[in-house]
Design a protein around this ligand. Structure first.
Ligand SMILES: Cc1cc2nc3c(=O)[nH]c(=O)nc-3n(C[C@H](O)[C@H](O)[C@H](O)COP(=O)(O)O)c2cc1C
Length: 387
């Protein structure tokens, strides 16, 4: 592999490495994938002022979010089943995140359980929660992650039902049912021997670790996917957040907010922050790009909440674009997932170092030395994307 890596390079390397149904699982969006494309387009459409002859020799990317200082304003977004992209993948990814001074938000549906990750690495983690119908499971999980030292909870609210993923049906992850679907997956695995040996054979168990205690011995991946499908709770409303609040004393961030009215409700319930997100274009395919939604949300609640954003952020300059639109930090999903598939911990670490390098360069070229000082004064004019 040639360094440095752009997102395009990493995506290409992941495509070579992964069985098709796993590559498509990460790469794809919902329905016709319009929101997926719109996210990246909206990020790229943000234009910055080029400013010269400022002393930018003392650059500082660090940012404080929720009382914690990060090396740069970036987090690894929760990616369900991310651990299947490389051997015990979440363990590799969190090591890379830690080495680069940024947090990783573990998904509820990681391959490695939170307990396994904590035991293997001893590293702190942030956690993402899906509200399950089984509230006992939710309470136990919250107690467990608190016991493991987690203090930051991201509750994902844009998945009352899974968005239809046509690509997953085509490639074999979620269809066709029965032997045909299984045959399709097996044929893809057999033609990707490096993944098959490294992860398929040596990376077991292939179970969703946090769910194992409640699966009554049903540990095949299909059992877990069925459980997830049946147990995400579409009846959850704002009232249920009181239930979460009563079982969680740490930071609470709602992930999946795209509307200023919803953002105000997030502030009213006393949450600490929100993530402007459409789940990486994997849910409602008719949304605007997240960068299009961000400015109005910052205007509505930026004084009361820490506003983060994800979707289509592919390099360090994109991070700066989002800071310039008013976000306090960003999350990245597919970039770390593809890096993990392409080259494990080392590739995720290099990718993060590259993001930092690019953010530093972008800041210097806008005449701003400190990420914490980046804001709307860096924007060049106002396009449709920027309001
Ligand atoms: C393969 C995949 C799995 C994901 N799984 C989860 C998940 O378990 N929980 C969650 O809140 N978001 C999940 N997301 C959404 C990400 O957290 C994030 O919002 C999105 O990836 C950001 O867009 P980007 O991939 O363009 O950076 C997933 C995204 C991908 C690509």
């Amino acid at each position: 592999m040639v360094w440095p890596h752009s997102f395009t390079d990493l995506r290409k390397a992941a495509h070579t490495r992964l069985p098709r149904f796993l590559f498509d699982y990460v790469d794809g969006g919902s329905f016709a994938e319009v929101a997926l494309a719109r996210n990246s387009a909206a990020v790229c459409a943000v234009t910055l002022r080029q400013k010269v002859l400022n002393d930018v020799s003392q650059s500082d990317l660090s940012t404080t979010l929720f009382g914690q200082t990060l090396a740069m304003p970036l987090m690894l977004a929760p990616v369900g089943m991310g651990g299947i992209l490389a051997r015990r993948g979440e363990i590799q990814a969190i090591r890379a995140a830690h080495a680069n001074g940024v947090p990783m938000v573990l998904s509820t549906v990681t391959l490695c359980s939170a307990r396994e990750i904590a035991a293997a690495t001893g590293l702190p983690f942030w956690f993402q929660l899906y509200m399950a119908k089984d509230r006992g499971f939710v309470v136990d999980l919250l107690a467990q992650i608190r016991e493991l030292g987690c203090r930051h909870l991201f509750m994902t609210v844009d998945l009352p039902v899974p968005g239809p993923r046509w690509r997953d049906q085509r490639s074999g992850l979620s269809g066709p049912p029965g032997a045909l679907g299984q045959w399709r997956r097996w044929s893809q695995i057999l033609t990707h021997p490096r993944w098959a040996w490294d992860v398929g054979v040596r990376g077991k168990p292939h179970t969703l670790g946090n769910l194992v205690p409640i699966m009554n011995g049903k540990v095949k991946l299909n059992d877990f996917l069925r459980w997830s499908g049946q147990n995400f709770d579409p009846s959850v409303t704002w009232k249920d957040l009181e239930f979460i609040r009563s079982h969680w004393e740490g930071t609470l961030v709602l992930k999946g907010i795209m509307d200023p009215d919803d953002a105000r409700k997030v502030a009213d319930i006393g949450a600490d922050g929100l993530v402007v997100s459409n789940h990486g274009g994997r849910q409602l395919d008719g949304t605007v790009g997240t960068a299009e939604a961000l400015p109005a949300i910052v205007d509505a609640v930026g004084e009361r909440l820490t506003v983060l954003i994800d979707g289509g952020i592919r390099n360090g300059l994109d991070v700066l674009r989002m800071l310039a639109l008013g976000a306090k930090g960003v999350m990245i999903g597919r970039p770390w997932a593809f890096a993990l598939a392409a080259g494990g911990e080392d590739a995720v670490s290099r990718m993060l170092a590259q993001f930092a390098h690019e953010l530093r360069a972008g800041l210097a070229l806008t005449g701003c030395a400190r990420a914490a000082d980046a804001g709307r004064h860096l924007l060049a004019g106002r396009s449709a994307v920027q309001r």
